[in-house]
Every structure is written in structure tokens, then in C-alpha cells.
Design a protein around this ligand. Structure first.
Ligand code: ADP
Length: 170
């Protein structure tokens, strides 16, 4: 039997959005096993704790993997991305590209990552145009100003964001 192809989709997922989920759906078509790596990222001062982010990603994305019969795991990481990728046995790293703004950063990161481990390929996927402009950062900003976020994130995530924002005001 052919070796299983393993993909790693890393991010902060603070919180997971419909944009992330669209990239996950596309990524699932490319691999036999998908690992979603949730980065600790304390420097980004996340709204949700690491455990909350992991739980939300698992709850929202697992059904998509199960539907396609793809092995699925959500794992937290706090190390160099390429070291984590090696540890989970990833063949490819999946990243989403939104606009030109993402390109500069991704270009640099990928270039450096290829020097760290040239055997792990980075694959860029584009979300459906209706999800391309969604960003976790903006979802939180809209919620802080009491805007409606239900078209950007799954329902349970929207409820969790509204609750967190309310808590942070107290
Ligand atoms: P990071 O901290 O790495 O930016 P994010 O959680 O913001 O983590 O995003 C993880 C990955 O998902 C990144 O590759 C990002 O470009 C991609 N992504 C996020 N939102 C979208 C979207 N709406 N469409 C396509 N890709 C997206």
C-alpha cells in the first residue's frame, strides 16, 4: 500500500473562521491524514486560551474529515513550525492565501522553511471568494463593536466570541 500522505495546517485560530474551514475542506482532499497545529502564539495575545482554540477547531473541523474518511488530529504546538512538522511526519504544510497582503510574509516564511527542511513542501490554497476576506482579527474587532459576526464564523464560535468579548468588558 502506498505511504499515507500527511498534511499540516498551522495557525493561531483565534478563533477558527469560515475561511479556515474552507481551507481545511480543500486541504482534506489532498491528504490521507490532516493535522491541524494550533500555535500557542502568546505574542498575539489571543482572545481564547489554547485549550479553547483547540476544542473549537476540533469540534468544527472533525466532521468534515470524517465525512471524507481522512484521519484527523488537532494538536497544539509551541516550537519552530518545521520541527513540529517533522515530529508529526508531515509531507506538506498547508497555508491559506487571502490577499496580496499575506504574500510578503508567506514568501519569506516559506523561503526560510525550505532551508530548514527542503523535503517538506508548502502548499498555498485559496478560499472560495466569499470567504477570502474573513480574518480572525477582524471578527474580534467587529464583535467588540457589537457587530454581527454570524456570517464569518460557525454559530457556536460566534456565541463564544460574543461571550468572551462581554467577559473582557467586565
Ligand atoms: P497565523 O497566525 O498563522 O496568521 P491564522 O489562524 O490567522 O494564523 O491563519 C492560519 C492560516 O489560515 C494562514 O495561512 C492564513 O493565511 C489562513 N487563512 C486565514 N483566514 C483565511 C481566509 N479567510 N482565507 C484563506 N486563508 C485564510
Amino acid at each position: 500500500m502506498a505511504r499515507k500522505r500527511v498534511g499540516l495546517y498551522p495557525g493561531t485560530f483565534d478563533p477558527i473562521t469560515n475561511g479556515h474551514l474552507d481551507i481545511i475542506k480543500r486541504g482534506l482532499r489532498l491528504v490521507d491524514r490532516l493535522v491541524i497545529g494550533v500555535a500557542t502564539n502568546p505574542s498575539k495575545d489571543p482572545l481564547f486560551s489554547l485549550e479553547e482554540r483547540v476544542a473549537m477547531v476540533d469540534r468544527e473541523a472533525r466532521p468534515l474529515a470524517e465525512e471524507l474518511g481522512v484521519q484527523f488530529e488537532v494538536a497544539q504546538f509551541d516550537e519552530l513550525l518545521m520541527h513540529f512538522a517533522e515530529r508529526v511526519g508531515a509531507d506538506i504544510i498547508i497555508r491559506g492565501l487571502r490577499a496580496v497582503a499575506d504574500f510578503e510574509y508567506e514568501f519569506q516564511m516559506t523561503g526560510m522553511n525550505y532551508q530548514i527542511n527542503p523535503d517538506i513542501e508548502t502548499v498555498f490554497l485559496m478560499a472560495d471568494p466569499k470567504y477570502q476576506t474573513i480574518a480572525s482579527r477582524l471578527v474580534k474587532e467587529v464583535a467588540r463593536y457589537d457587530g454581527k459576526i454570524s456570517s464569518f464564523v460557525p454559530n457556536e464560535v460566534a456565541e463564544a466570541v460574543v461571550k468572551k468579548v462581554a467577559e473582557s468588558r467586565q
